[in-house]
Design a protein around this ligand. Structure first.
Ligand code: GLN
Length: 490
């Protein structure tokens, strides 16, 4: 029999509902798995052991609720999503002692669906980074190779799900922070269409780009989570009233890819791919063809400019969003200074890490009166061109297919001193956020040279999550099954 920690969300949920598995038993098994794996991967910032166990006992006593699709399922939440009465630090000293009095809408929906929060996961400070090394509190290691990064900024959630700490976790994706760590850790990760999931309680980084989404170990599991968190929320005016389809039912509608046109953007398949990425992703393309998909070459000609536009826009938005951390309203305050302006300076100099400060300074610069037209306005224009590229390509194809990252997970410390190198690691993920369209990252196999997981990305039309999930589900069935990561199962 599969160990409890190895169960998929779908299997665990089924066993919980049928009472073959007790909620306390499931929660205890996940807590044990956390204890066993944390010394190696360090992906959690805060554990809710006692409250989770108590909640589990109450649920066992009350019995299953078939109306709650995640009844009794343990979950991990990225520390950028507000959790009522549970610390929410955003990986920053600035919010080290912040305990929200409300839940983010996505978290609240998970809870209302019966899920139990076990822990908050590590992340790059305020979600700024691609390796989780910018966290103020902990170093997270990749469960496949503990000398390597798990990706970022949601590296804690990705590593946790990959290691089997819980069957699912939530992350956020502003420029790839779900899809890139999902690829690096061998999980499925979804960045929904902008507006599909409420941003209420998601601590803002780049508000026009941020979206929350799931990590899971299979497409079906990820679909179950998206089903719960998607939908209009009156508390977020940018959330969409577009009806939420039945994602799980949609999975059963196909068993091949006949009639599906998959666009291959030439800018993503050219030079510069590491050989493991190239090999594994190309063999996945053959599988797609064998399943009946038609592969169509497409071009997204503004891709080379997208990364620059992304970083200008995201830093501009961050500089404005992070202005609220002034030591007055909440969060850290430096009390050594008695004069107001000095207190602001001291608080922000000590409360924020280097990368966050760098971005606030650059963001303020690109928005300044003298440079706005040269940088921010240009970036906004490029954003439109990038969006038009994707829309044009998707008129002719059902979905687009690309590697999730140009390389395998890099070594800890390899890029952290070189911000530009770090920014380039999400060259394949951040253009999509400029467009608002949905994307899904799927494990395509292990690289023959490195033995590390390689992720394939699917991009879809606006609110096209159903099609994304369907195609990913069929493809997943033909791709190699990943074992549990060797870094934690020696
Ligand atoms: N690595 C990108 C950045 O630092 C994306 C981060 C994210 O998606 N949160 O901005």
């Amino acid at each position: 029999m599969t160990a409890i920690y190895q169960m998929s969300l779908t299997e665990m949920s089924h066993r919980l509902q049928s009472r073959e598995l007790g909620v306390e038993q499931a929660v205890s098994a996940c807590l044990e798995r956390m204890e066993a794996t944390e010394p190696d991967i360090g992906c959690l910032l805060h554990l809710e052991r006692e409250t989770a166990l108590q909640r589990a006992r109450e649920m066992d006593a009350a019995g299953p609720d078939p109306e709650q699709p995640l009844w009794g399922v343990p979950v991990v939440i990225k520390d950028v999503l507000a959790t009522k009465d549970v610390p929410t630090t955003c990986g920053s000293r600035m919010l080290e002692s912040f305990v929200p009095f409300y839940d983010a809408e996505a978290v609240d929906r998970l809870k209302r669906a019966g899920a139990i929060i076990l822990a908050k996961s590590n992340m790059d400070e305020f979600a700024m980074g691609s390796s989780t090394e910018n966290s103020a509190f902990a170093l997270t290691r990749n469960p496949w190779d503990t000398e390597r990064v798990p990706g970022g900024s949601s590296g804690g959630s990705a590593a946790s799900t990959a290691a089997g700490q819980t069957p699912l976790s939530l992350g956020t994706d502003t420029g790839g922070s779900i899809r890139q760590p999902a690829a690096f850790c061998g999980c499925v990760g979804i960045k929904p269409t902008y507006g599909r999931v409420s941003r209420f309680g998601l601590v803002a980084y780049g508000s026009s780009l941020d979206q929350a989404g799931p990590f899971a170990r299979s497409v079906e599991d990820a679909a179950r989570v998206l089903q719960v968190i998607a939908g209009k929320d009156a508390k977020d005016s940018t959330s969409s009233p577009e009806p939420v389809p039945d994602y799980i039912a949609a999975l059963a509608e196909r068993d091949d890819l006949k009639g599906i046109r998959l666009g291959l953007p030439e800018e993503y398949w050219g030079e510069g791919l590491e050989s493991d990425v190239d090999g594994v992703c190309r063999s996945a393309l053959h599988k797609a063809q064998e399943l009946g998909a038609e592969l169509v070459p497409v071009s997204l000609p503004h891709s080379p400019y997208a990364i620059a536009a992304y970083y200008i826009i995201v830093m501009a938005e961050a500089s404005s969003n992070l202005a609220r951390y002034d030591g007055v309203r909440y969060g850290y305050r430096d009390t050594s200074e008695k004069e107001l302006t000095r207190m602001y300076f001291a608080t922000r100099s000590k409360g924020f890490g280097r990368e966050v400060q760098r971005r606030i300074v650059l963001g303020t610069y690109v928005l300044s009166a003298g440079y706005y037209d040269a940088y921010y306005k240009k970036a906004a224009q490029v954003r439109r061109l990038v969006r038009e590229d994707y829309q044009r390509a998707l008129q002719d194809c059902d979905l687009l297919l690309a590697p999730a990252a140009p390389g395998v997970p890099f070594r800890l410390g390899e890029k952290v001193e070189d911000p530009l190198q770090m920014y380039l690691t999400d060259i394949f993920t951040n253009p999509l956020n400029l467009t608002g369209l949905p994307g899904l990252s799927l494990p395509a196999g292990l690289g023959p040279e490195t033995g590390l997981p390689i992720g394939l990305q699917l991009f879809g039309p606006s609110f096209g999550e159903e099609k994304l999930l369907q195609v990913a589900y069929v493809l997943e069935g033909a791709l190699p099954d990943l074992p549990f990561p060797r870094g934690v199962d020696k």
